[in-house]
Each structure stands twice: as C-alpha cells, then as structure tokens.
Design a protein around this ligand. Structure first.
Ligand SMILES: [Fe+2]
Ligand SMILES: [Fe+2]
Length: 258
C-alpha cells in the first residue's frame, strides 16, 4: 500500500503522467470489453493504448522537454477522446457490440476533457483562486467518485450481497456530496476572493471521505489481485480508482486544479 502512494509524484511531470496513465488505463480496460465482432474498433483502441503508453513512459522518465510533452499529451488525449465519443455515439444508435455501459464511456470522455483542461491550464501557467479550485475539483470529481462506486457494483458479482450493500451506501453518500458541491457552486458566487468557512468545512469533509474511499478501494484491490472476491473487474481497476481518489483529495488539500 505504501509503494502505491510513494509512486505518486505531484510535480509537473507527475501531473502529466497521472492524466496519461488515467487515459491509457481506460483504453486497456475498454479493450477487454470490445466484442470480437468489432475488430476495427479494437485495433484503433489498441493503437491509442500504444501511443499513450509511449508518451507516459517519457513523462515518467522526466526526460523530454515539458512543453513538448504537454503538446504530445494534448494531441493523443484529444484523439482518444474523439474516438470514445464516436464509440458512444454508435452505442447510442445500438450500432456497436461492447459490454461497456454508456455511462462509463461518458465517464471516460469527461476524464479526457478534464485532462485537456488541466494540460491547457499548465500551458497558460495561470493560477485559480482557492475557492474556485475547490468548487471545480469537487463538482468534477465527486460525480466521478459516485460513478466509480456505481460501476464497481456492476463489476462485483451479484452473489456478494453484503459488499454490494456497502458499495451502494457509499454510492449514495457520494451522490449527496456531489449535490452539495453543486449547491455550493451557486451559493458561493464569483468573484470567490475568500474561502468561506462553510466551503472550507465542506472541503475538509470531502477530503476525509475521499481518503476513506481510497483506502476502501485499495483494500478491495488486494482482494481482487488475490482473486479472493468474485468479480469481472480488471485486476488493476481498483488501483486506477484509488489513484483518482488520491489525486482528488490532494488537489483539494492544496487548493489547486491539477
Ligand atoms: Fe479514470
Ligand atoms: Fe474515473
């Protein structure tokens, strides 16, 4: 568990690596869910995984120029995003055979969009007000956290009655937190030059919940890797979800969009 956290770096290269890894994981997970009837789709997806893998390795090695790295990442993530949107369009027309739910495709598209937003922010070098950052991160990630739990429930075998119930309760908790973030976004109006106590209390509460969620995901990750829970989840899906929960609370703690 410590190794997992120690591996995560928060410098500019680390942030680019985080988003590249997220998107390339999506490609790897999607690969498992594309039917053999959809060879073209599978091949194109594989190509994206290869390309993103190459750029991710450069980011991890911190060798190439940061500006070029950001440009290359922007490019490949944009194309991958359009590919997913095309897949979702086909799914909505019942024109493709994949076992990925539309909501999950949309989830991946939103993360690709957020990647692009963060990379653009890094390019511009502009900083946001803490209150703006807290509201942006909360409204974006709380929906993602609720989604993760809903998707997880779908991957867990229905025979896991108690675990299903635990996950369902957590889904509802995160749905409520998401609604609260949404409410605060209009209650706390722009310009958000101060961090209101009510918003800060919310931030602290969300940090605690996201930390608990990360721990839960890592706990389940160990069980899945030992094949000790009945599930159709890919072996490293929970690590991916834990990394996103971690990224979320770290951004909240630092009061930044990253
Ligand atoms: Fe993700
Ligand atoms: Fe996600």
């Amino acid at each position: 568990m410590m190794g997992y956290k120690d591996n995560y770096e928060r410098d500019a290269y680390g942030i680019v690596a985080f988003w590249l890894q997220s998107n390339l994981d999506h490609g790897r997970f999607f690969d498992r869910e594309i039917s053999h009837h959809e060879l073209d789709l599978a091949r194109t997806n594989q190509q994206f995984v290869q390309n993103m893998m190459g750029i991710w390795q450069k980011a991890e090695a911190k060798q190439s120029d940061l500006g070029n790295l950001i440009n290359d990442s922007q490019q490949v993530i944009s194309e991958f995003r359009n590919f997913l949107a095309f897949g979702m369009h086909k799914a909505l027309h019942c024109d493709v055979i994949v076992s990925t739910p539309v909501a999950l495709m949309d989830h991946m598209i939103r993360e690709a969009d957020e990647s692009k937003k963060v990379l653009k922010l890094m390019q511009s070098g502009s900083r946001q007000l803490i209150a703006d950052a807290v509201l942006h991160e909360s409204t974006f990630w709380l929906r993602q956290m609720a989604d993760h739990l809903a998707f997880l429930q779908h991957y867990l075998d229905p025979s896991n009655y108690d675990l299903q119930e635990r996950v369902r309760k957590m889904t509802h908790k995160f749905e409520r937190l998401f609604l609260q973030a949404n409410a605060l976004r209009t209650i706390v109006r722009k310009p958000r030059t101060e961090l209101l106590p009510a918003l800060n209390t919310f931030r602290q509460m969300v940090i605690c919940e996201a930390k608990d969620l990360e721990a839960f995901k890592l706990e389940l990750d160990t069980l899945i890797k030992q094949c000790a829970v009945i599930t159709t989840a890919p072996p490293d899906l929970l690590e991916h979800l834990a990394r996103e929960a971690h990224h979320f609370w770290r951004n909240l703690e630092e009061g930044i969009v990253a």
